[in-house]
Design a protein around this ligand. Structure first.
Ligand code: MF3
Ligand code: CO
Length: 255
């Protein structure tokens, strides 16, 4: 069931999403060689609580394995759901930070991929294309369009650059739950659910784009998704409200 948000609910979701955006902007500045992913997680958790919010991911337990941290940090061939640890970030890494909060009953969710020090041209290109595919999808989030318009825009942007989109994870509706209907796939094939987009929908769109194969493996920790061929992956996400006036990117800082 797709839940449409009232103007009052949307007002709270703007706040939740702004908290996410502001904290991600702080975390981005801290991503540097020698910093551990646990250190980033600790800052994320402290800033979340200081903002009067709670971590959205910590304690989340969709299939029997509880997610233990506030932040997901996925490095290089890690696609999503990397668990913070004592691992040190190094120059040349690309680091995805995926972060969500719940504020006054509503969730916000966003992700960025950050280059560290000297990164290969190919890695930079992958990041750029992934971000472009996110924005190509958002551009389609308009009343009267269908989900396939969003999914196809993401897929076309990634594939025309020679990269592949991950099919095993999708974006999602977001609201009083982190994951609501509808799914927001990053590819389209015939027979998939294809709802019409309506004002009041709030969607988290999150393309994961791979340098090589789209196939993935889940590590023994039960969470970390890595590329099956060990090549790079990038991830960008925004929470977006569909309004009569077009998409409103809730997790973008409007400075
Ligand atoms: N943005 C990701 C998602 O929507 C992050 C979830 S992390 C989890 O699936 F721990 F909550 F699963
Ligand atoms: Co998400």
């Amino acid at each position: 069931m797709i839940l449409l948000k009232s103007p009052e609910e949307l007002a709270v979701m703007r706040i939740a999403s702004r908290i996410v955006a502001e904290i991600l902007a702080e975390l981005r500045k801290l991503v540097a060689p020698g910093v551990t992913t646990d250190e980033l997680d600790a800052v994320a958790e402290r800033l979340t609580l200081e903002a009067g919010a709670r971590p959205a991911f910590k304690g989340y337990r969709p299939r029997g394995v509880t997610y233990p941290k506030t932040l997901c940090v996925s490095i290089n061939e890690e696609i999503v759901h990397g668990i913070p640890s004592a691992r040190k970030i190094k120059s040349g890494d690309i680091v995805s930070l995926d972060f969500g909060v719940v504020y006054d009953g509503f969730f916000g969710d966003a992700a960025i991929t950050v280059p560290v020090g000297k990164v290969s041209g190919r890695a930079l290109r992958l990041m750029e294309v992934t971000r472009n595919s996110l924005y190509a999808g958002i551009e389609q989030m308009r009343v009267g369009k269908r989900m396939s318009d969003v999914s196809c825009a993401v897929q076309r942007t990634a594939e025309s650059a020679g990269f592949s989109v991950v099919e095993d994870f999708a974006g999602h509706g977001i609201g009083r739950s982190l994951h609501e209907d509808p799914q927001v796939p990053n590819y389209f094939s015939r027979g998939m659910p294809n709802p019409r987009l309506q004002a009041g929908m709030v969607l988290a769109i999150e393309p994961m784009v791979n340098e090589g194969t789209a196939r993935l493996k889940i590590l023994d920790d039960g969470w970390t998704a890595v590329t099956a061929d060990g090549k790079l992956s990038a991830h960008f996400e925004h929470s977006v409200a569909i309004t009569e006036n077009g998409p409103e990117i809730l997790t973008e800082l409007n400075v």
